[in-house]
Design a protein around this ligand. Structure first.
Ligand SMILES: C[S@@+](CC[C@H](N)C(=O)[O-])C[C@H]1O[C@@H](n2cnc3c(N)ncnc32)[C@H](O)[C@@H]1O
Length: 306
């Protein structure tokens, strides 16, 4: 629980109106929010649909407790579960839920997680190189940075975030760690900046040179690609006929996984695609919430089987 002196954490839900618009209609009886976060999308849906029940998942127990408080007015209609959405099938089986009307996944991390230095997600805030959303898991970002071989690090940076300086950065990490473990976010951010020839104290570009390195490590620590692939594979078996799935991604690799999955299933007669092009934030949302700039949402509807 937040103490009264502590301000409530903040995260502005992206493409909120568009989510609500696509998840409408009287038949919305059970909705799954795979990435509850601070409950922004869930709250809007619960307010809009007084009859609807919500199952909310999050790997992060802290966000789950924040969401429990934020959604307290709807306590009788929600079930919140600490779980990876890759296990959505067993979560629903445990709750004895056979089919649902809508599944939402708003991928990545929330603003309050980035702003917490103890999580090690931000190159601006000094903290431990952790990055785990589920702290029960063993491997941290520091473990990867300090134990992977130069080739493995380079591949991780390239394949998880298309970092074009992956080799230079991996080489520098291996040189620096010979002097001692790299344990802090700022130490890593400075090392990356110098590896790509930027001044660690005043980088030239708009984007910090360590942005992609941090994204790659976070994606790897939290097995983000694997979880998304597994979720995409589960959804058709969990949606009722005419049920909808909406996925919001913030990375081109994730968006193309979603696009490919929806297209494949549409060819098989399993989905009707409702967004030929991904939905993106309009100018006013981009200005109000810079995080929305890279958001892309794709929506599909479950048809009856082929
Ligand atoms: C972008 S935030 C969601 C914000 C939320 N839509 C809102 O409006 O407040 C993503 C959330 O999903 C959680 N998360 C990320 N990957 C997950 C996964 N594989 N399974 C469950 N939760 C996950 C993160 O811990 C974070 O709380």
């Amino acid at each position: 629980m937040n103490s009264l002196s502590e301000p409530a954490p903040i995260h502005m839900p992206v493409l909120a109106e568009q989510v609500v618009e696509h998840f409408s209609g009287d038949r919305l009886s059970i909705v799954v929010d795979c990435t509850l976060g601070l409950g922004g999308h869930s709250r809007l849906l619960l307010e809009r649909h007084p009859q609807m029940r919500l199952i909310g998942l999050d790997m992060d127990d802290q966000n789950l407790s924040h969401a429990r408080e934020i959604l307290a007015d709807h306590a009788g209609r929600i079930r919140l579960v600490r779980a990876d959405f890759a296990d959505l099938d067993s979560v629903l089986a445990d709750l004895e839920v056979r089919g649902v009307d809508a599944i939402l996944a708003d991928l990545g991390v929330s603003s309050n997680q980035i702003a917490d230095p103890d999580r090690g997600l931000s190159f601006d805030l000094d903290g431990p190189l952790d990055m785990r959303l589920d702290r029960r898991r063993k491997t941290t970002a520091a473990d990867l940075v300090n134990t992977l071989s130069e080739g493995e690090l380079s591949d991780l940076l390239y394949f998880q975030s298309q970092e074009r300086h992956s080799r230079k950065i991996a080489r520098r990490i291996c040189q620096v760690r010979r002097q001692g473990r790299i344990n802090s976010t700022v130490a890593l951010a400075r090392l990356v900046a110098s590896a790509v020839g930027e001044n660690p104290d005043s980088h030239r570009g708009r984007i910090h040179p360590a942005t992609r390195t941090f994204m790659a490590l976070r994606r790897s620590v939290n097995r983000e690609t694997e979880s998304l692939q597994r979720l995409l594979g589960l959804v058709p078996g969990l949606l009722r006929e005419e049920g909808r799935v909406a996925i919001i991604s913030f990375h081109s690799g994730e968006d193309s996984l979603v696009k490919k999955d929806f297209r494949g299933r549409s060819r098989e007669g399993i989905y009707r695609i409702l967004t030929k092009k991904p939905i993106v934030a309009d100018e006013s949302e981009r200005l109000a919430n810079p995080r929305s700039r890279s958001a892309k949402m794709r929506v599909a509807e479950r048809m009856s089987g082929p």
